[in-house]
Design a protein around this ligand. Structure first.
Ligand code: ADP
Length: 573
């Protein structure tokens, strides 16, 4: 883990060396003060010459000036180094999360992921900046101070630092304990954030059920867990810092006690004694510093552990090493004995085989939950088939890079997701480099022009989070416009017209027909009326494909399709 942590310093080697070097130099200069005091008291004062004292002080003043400069460099560049590392870690985690499969997101809470990217890494910059520096300076200052003390009076020096092993043990123990408690805290923050996220995005449902008191209670429970976890942390911290405080004071006290003893015995001059006390102060300073940093280290370590854990979670769908670009697509699709299950137990598709010719429009019908969506989601590899293979133009989709495969397949989902921003930005999501002319054309083809012309800001109208300021039909059309821009040779339409009024439905149907023209199209149909003109209708059941053919052929067969048709016809009538 340590090696992993230090690998993040690699891009900032110069910054690190600058910060580290200055910090070490500053630490060394700190040692000069007690030594000078010794010289001033024991050698210069007896000379009764104030000029020398002034000179000595002037020299010290110079040291302090240098140290001031060093201080600035360490605080500014050191923190800059820390923040850079924190940012890099965040970027890396974000990129990793972007590559995680649908299965991963099916089982994750949004709030938890957000806190992994934000809160978890807040303290890492402090650790990255102070960590290596503090360890080195602690060792250096303590050794240096001890060496000088030892030179003055060996027995006194040893007596003074006799308690140090206890401090080291305590630091180690409490640090581990606090890291553990902090991991719990981050866990609760994750829970807390997902609770808040769910409550905020579900507030409309809450209000419609007048369930605010219930939500308040739920929120209080979450807050309480967070509060408890934090209190536990401060409990450990209180014990740790009091313990350290006591031992630091004991070191000072021992220096005073044994120092006066040896001074009275005549083994030590007064100046040496004062200097010794000051050195003992320098000796304990790093411990004091660690004591004040004790809050951020365990937080940083806990955060880094969680960061690594998330980063090491394997990607379920990735490019094969020999993956190649899918460039030109004719559009022949074959499902060859494909099986798929979401978990261990639930087999959704079993040994399914299917051929779709280039340019064909195929509609999947069947009862809800029969696996139509799942079947289509396997094509862009949102989920990976557990068995069998799917080919495009005769080549296994797994042999292509995910990026190139997904560029060639467009999906219009039933539940349209729009990003916060303007309509223009949301349409251009289909082709980030789209020109104004291309966007206008997409708007026309998706029959959005009238809607947009009625808006004051036109294409630059802000549509609210997830497009709350648009109607269901308008959102659908934005999604279709997006697809015209993307212009993929293969299209998957999760038919969503069931939620719309007849007029809107017709408009959308028209644009969908235009969109499907000349592309291999897979339609997930919820209503039979809209797919009667498909080249082929495939009836899917939890047991696989029941029958397939054109609308007329299937009706003639008087099988499953006819039953579905009759059922819908009856409910419609
Ligand atoms: P359809 O599109 O025909 O309504 P789906 O393909 O959505 O059917 O679902 C097929 C089955 O798989 C259903 O039983 C559903 O509960 C299950 N299922 C769908 N999506 C997931 C998922 N992300 N995780 C686990 N099970 C799922």
């Amino acid at each position: 883990m340590l090696k992993r942590f230090f690998s993040y310093y690699r891009p900032y080697r110069k910054l690190f060396l600058l910060d580290f070097g200055c910090a070490v130099l500053a630490g060394l200069l700190e040692l000069t003060f007690p030594v000078s005091v010794n010289v001033v008291i024991d050698r210069i004062m007896p000379m009764n010459n104030f000029r020398y004292i002034l000179l000595a002080c002037l020299g010290l003043f110079l040291f302090y000036l240098i140290n001031t400069g060093l201080q600035y460099i360490v605080v500014y560049f050191g923190h800059k180094l820390g923040v850079n590392i924190e940012t890099d870690m965040r970027k890396e985690l974000f990129t990793h999360l972007q590559k995680q499969s649908f299965t991963y997101y099916d089982n994750q809470k949004t709030g938890k992921l957000i806190s992994r990217l934000t809160t978890d890494l807040f303290e890492i910059s402090e650790v990255a900046h102070h960590g290596p520096e503090d360890i080195f300076i602690t060792i250096m200052t303590m050794t240096g101070a001890f060496f000088l003390m030892y030179q003055m009076h060996a027995a006194l020096a040893i007596a003074t630092i006799i308690l140090v092993p206890f401090i080291i043990l305590a630091l180690y123990f409490f640090n581990q304990k606090m890291t553990q408690v902090n991991t719990d805290i981050y866990d609760t923050i994750g829970e807390f954030n997902s609770g808040v996220e769910a409550a905020v995005s579900g507030v409309r449902v809450t209000q419609s059920f007048a369930n605010e008191p219930f939500e308040n209670t739920r929120f209080r429970a979450l807050s309480e867990r967070y509060r408890q976890a934090k209190i536990r942390f401060y409990q450990v911290m209180a014990v740790s810092s009091s313990y350290n405080y006591l031992f630091i004071r004991l070191i000072n006290l021992f220096a005073l006690l044994f120092g006066s003893y040896y001074t009275i015995k005549g083994e030590l001059l007064t100046g040496q004694f004062v200097s010794f006390i000051l050195l003992a102060n320098v000796f304990v300073r790093p411990i004091e510093k660690i004591n004040t940093m004790i809050e951020s280290y365990p937080k940083g370590i806990a955060g880094f552990k969680r960061f690594i854990e998330e980063l090491d979670r394997p990607l379920m769908v990735t490019d094969r090493v020999d993956a190649k670009e899918l460039s030109t697509v004719k559009g022949d699709i074959v499902y060859d004995h494909v099986s798929f299950s979401y978990g261990e137990s639930h087999q959704v598709l079993q040994d399914l085989s299917l051929t779709i010719k280039a340019g064909e429009t195929v509609a999947f019908v069947g009862e809800s939950g029969s696996g139509k969506t799942t079947l289509c989601n396997l094509l862009p590899r949102f989920y990976e088939a557990t068995d069998g293979a799917i080919t495009i133009d005769g080549e296994d989709i797994q042999s292509f890079t995910l990026e190139s495969l997904r560029r060639k397949i467009g999906t219009v989902q039933q539940d349209v997701f729009l990003f916060p921003g303007t309509i223009r930005e949301n349409i251009a999501y289909g082709k980030l480099s789209a020109t104004d002319a291309e966007i206008s054309q997409a708007v026309r083809l998706a029959h959005l022009d009238q809607v947009i012309s009625q808006m004051e800001q036109g294409l630059d109208t802000v549509i609210g989070e997830r497009g709350v300021k648009l109607s269901g039909g308008q959102k659908q059309r934005v999604a279709i416009a997006r697809m015209f821009l993307k212009n993929p040779p293969i299209l998957i339409l999760d038919e969503a017209t069931s939620a719309l009024d007849t007029e809107t439905e017709q408009v959308i149907q028209e644009s969908l027909d235009t969109l499907a023209h000349g592309r291999t199209t897979l339609i997930i149909a919820h209503r039979l009326a809209t797919v009667q003109h498909a080249d082929r209708i495939i009836v899917v059941s939890p047991n696989g494909i029941l029958e397939q053919g054109s609308h007329e052929e299937l009706l003639k067969q008087q099988g499953a399709y006819q039953k579905l048709y009759d059922a819908q016809f009856r409910t419609l009538a």
